[in-house]
Design a binder for this molecule. Structure first.
Ligand code: ADP
Length: 478
């Protein structure tokens, strides 16, 4: 490389000499300036070796072609010495300044590149996925952002060492451990290896080993600060989410217990009161006895519903719902559900409006009946005793939509999403109407398992419409 440049430099001096001597025939001082300019140019562009070669060549040519006696290399004349000195001084000073300027520019570029890499790393730290070990991701991001050949990150808290990069970190692990415990750092210029402690405040919390990278002290400091922040940030997040999960699971358990205990207690108390009266009093009339027995019967039904809901919920939670799908007509499903709620329906008007040419649905009959029954039970439960309930079905966009409409109190908009949450019961219902707040969750899970959707449309004071969609079966019914 250098040899090629020196050859070019010699050619340039030769060209200047040829032009000055043969073509335009200039005097000694003009050609002297031309040489100087050329040497300065070479010094600024390339370096000392090239500009010195240019100086020597220029002195030789100057001496031979332009200083009398022309055609000889006599350096006796003091003019020659002045020229030689001027050329050499120009080349040394010029190349010195240019090297310095180049070094500064290079340093500035290096710093800028380091800053860009640190910035890229800081951005990737923000995107760290809390589901995977943070130090592992940090090591990976450092290897990617700084393009190093090996990264080793020692986490003092867990005592684990995380590696990344195309090669293995070639230093013994003890050195990383020592840095993490004693806060020591070292650099090995020969192997381009850096080991530094990661500190949070004054306390070392780990250490970082890098190989195949020359990093300035300030960038190294910035890098280790970023790693410390990354480690600490996810630790704080983990602690917060652990606390939140523990709180949530505690809350969930106690809500479940409260809800179920309360719901079980009410019918049990009624049953106990009725059965005690029946047993202890021999003077009860047949009519009173019948009334007490019907209380026992009704409350036992209520208990049975609760137990069923609790079991269905537990199954759904455990992910044990298996769909046994077949083709069923909607008319058939609706009638079957109404048959099951018959005793509650006796004095209620329930209208069925199933569109005539509805295709069958591809569904698990038992589960869809459970979902539909939840909606019909709610419509009956939450609307005035003599108000009608409508069960309708039609086709929309290739999906069968089944709806249950009541003329109850309706549901305020801010509650319409919340009522599908587990144990959520609207304020108005909580006091007056029994329930555990599980029915709609069960219905929603069943409908979602079928690939459908469930939602409510309601205006307070005007009643509610609960709708759910099911995929229509494409084949004709078998
Ligand atoms: P539960 O009926 O046992 O409380 P659900 O999950 O079936 O539990 O219903 C959740 C809440 O949604 C009810 O407590 C009630 O406030 C509200 N809700 C459900 N259906 C209706 C309805 N048809 N009309 C008015 N409110 C309803």
């Amino acid at each position: 490389m250098i040899a090629a440049r020196i050859a070019i430099v010699l050619l340039v001096i030769a060209a200047i000499t040829f032009i000055g001597f043969q073509v335009i025939k200039v005097n000694a001082s003009t050609i002297g300036f031309a040489y100087l300019v050329a040497i300065l140019f070479v010094a600024a562009r390339w370096g000392l070796a090239e500009s010195l070669s240019a100086s020597v060549a220029a002195v030789a040519c100057f001496n031979y072609y332009f200083l009398p006696p022309i055609g000889t290399f006599t350096i006796a004349d003091p003019q020659n010495w002045v020229a030689l000195f001027a050329f050499l001084a120009t080349s040394i000073t010029g190349s010195h300044f240019s090297t310095q300027a180049k070094r500064r520019a290079q340093e500035a570029m290096d710093r800028q590149r380091e800053m860009e890499k640190l910035y890229a790393l800081s951005r990737s730290i923000l995107l760290i996925d809390p589901a995977h070990p943070t130090p592992k991701q940090l090591a990976m991001h450092i290897a990617q952002s700084f393009e190093v050949s090996a990264v080793a990150l020692y986490d003092r808290e867990s005592g684990e060492l995380y590696r990344s990069g195309p090669h293995d970190f070639a230093y013994p692990n003890d050195q990383l451990r020592q840095a993490a415990f004693q806060g020591t750092s070292f650099r090995d210029e020969a192997t381009h290896t850096i080991v530094t402690a990661i500190r949070l405040g004054a306390q070392p919390i780990g250490s970082l080993g890098l190989q195949g990278l020359d990093l300035s002290d300030s960038a190294l400091q910035g890098l280790s600060n970023l790693v410390a922040i990354g480690l600490e940030r996810t630790r704080a997040q983990e602690a917060a989410s652990r606390a939140a999960a523990a709180r949530q699971s505690d809350e969930l358990k106690s809500t479940l217990l409260d809800a179920l205990a309360h719901e079980f207690k009410t019918p049990l108390t009624s049953i106990k009161a009725a059965s005690t009266s029946l047993l202890s009093s021999s003077t009860l009339k047949a009519e009173q006895q019948r009334e007490l027995i019907s209380i026992v019967d009704e409350e036992a039904d209520r208990l049975s519903v609760l137990v069923t809901e609790a079991i269905q919920m537990a199954r759904i939670e455990a992910g044990r719902v298996v769909l046994r799908r077949e083709n069923h007509t909607v008319q058939e499903l609706v009638e079957s559900v109404l048959l099951k709620v018959k005793h509650a329906v006796e004095d209620r008007e329930i209208e069925i409006k199933v569109a005539p040419d509805l295709p069958p649905v591809w569904a698990d009959r038992e589960l869809i009946e459970v979902a539909l029954r939840q909606l019909i039970d709610n419509a009956l439960k939450y609307s005035p005793a003599h108000s009608p309930v409508l069960v309708a079905a039609d086709l929309n966009d290739g999906r069968v939509i089944i709806s249950v409409t009541d003329r109850g109190p309706g549901i305020p908009e801010q509650e319409q999403l919340r009522i599908f949450e587990k144990f959520y019961r609207a304020d108005a219902s909580r006091q007056q109407i029994p329930g555990a707040g599980l029915g709609l969750v069960i219905a929603r899970e069943i409908i979602h398992a079928h690939g459908g959707d469930i939602w409510v449309e309601s205006k307070p004071g005007e009643g509610s419409v609960f709708r759910f969609s099911l995929p229509a079966s494409k084949e004709p019914r078998s």
